[in-house]
Design a protein around this ligand. Sequence first.
Ligand code: SR1
Ligand code: MG
Length: 408
Amino acid sequence: MTDKNRFDEYFLMQEEDAVEYVKKKLNFFEDTSNLQCKEIGDGNLNYVFKIVDKNTGKSLILKHSGEDTRAKSGRKLNIDRNISECKILQMQGELCSGYVPVIYMYDEIMNCYAMEDLSDYKIMRKALLENNIYKHFAQNITTFMVNTLLPTTDIVMDHKKKKEMVKQFTNIELCDISEQLVFTEPAGNFLGENTVIPAMSKFVQDNIYKDKKLRLEIGKLKFNFMNNTQALIHGDLHSGSIFIDEKEIKVIDPEFAFFGPIGYDVGNIVANLLLAWGHGYATIEDSKEKYDFLSWLEQCVTDIIDIFKEKFNKKYKTEVTDLLAKTDGFDEYYLDSILSDTAGTAGLEIIRRIVGIAKVEDITSIQDEHKRAEVEKILIRVGKEFILNRDQYKTGMQYVQTLKKFVN
Ligand code: SR1
Ligand code: MG
């Protein structure tokens, strides 16, 4: 193939190709004589190239999808998922300006898109592992969720347009991953691929895999996830999908997005803060630092639920268009179902990140196995309570009360 049409047909790009691509396809860099590229992706699915002009420091990110997962799981994925992700980021940028990266261009052939480089921010999971406190987080994440989720429901959006969007953003493969990794496998370890540390083996058998009541409730949550096309959700809103600094957040990676239950996003946020709590609980030695970090996380979980409700109710009043959804009491009925899904999802996400195949560093980086087992037991008990009693979780404080119930 000649150089001229190198990018006219999809291939999996390497660092040198990404530089070449940017030179040929983008007018972003004034001077392309000293571009440097590094592949910095640390997720499970995509390739993320950071390209810097070494003369000026100007930079961008080029995100590119391959046909296989990076972990060579054998799972084939549609390479055009990147383009859906990019369109969703653009839409979220319109609904909640400044809360997602700026998109410079996308390419439906090479299945890549170029966006703002967020290297001045930190990935929130990493920042939480350093015990950093972000007092603005509850306000910012609730703004993002309410502003991007409520407008894509059909109590706000035109019903027909929403159904078209459901078609457009049906995400068969990535939803299949979530259905297996978040719901089915954590409930029963049917494929035998889940792993836990030896000290947790019996506990997990007895408290998760043998618990048929829990399995029933996880089953109900799974089919709600699959059939409740409530809003265009992010679908993987954990602390690794958020860039953060002292003032702002930027939400990234909506590749798991689809029309699903709003509480799935809210619950993911809550769960990942509690996983960070687990890391702090097990690893921070200085008592003041430990108290400050854990208290902030507890307050943050409380605030996220309460502020989400407040902002949701406010926006509901001004934006809902459906005539029946304006009936007195419908708002409460609607929010109640979101809160139940939130608690259920928080429980699921906590449990699957401990027993499932997609674990999180918050837990795996705890070196002391005794402490790790202690914290895993606390979190699994908390997660089960959230799932089994999800209809009762109406305020933020209740989440922290449950956590405290299981800490000695
Ligand atoms: C094969 S993908 C594994 C996990 O990584 C993503 O971030 C999702 O959370 C998924 O479950
Ligand atoms: Mg991701």
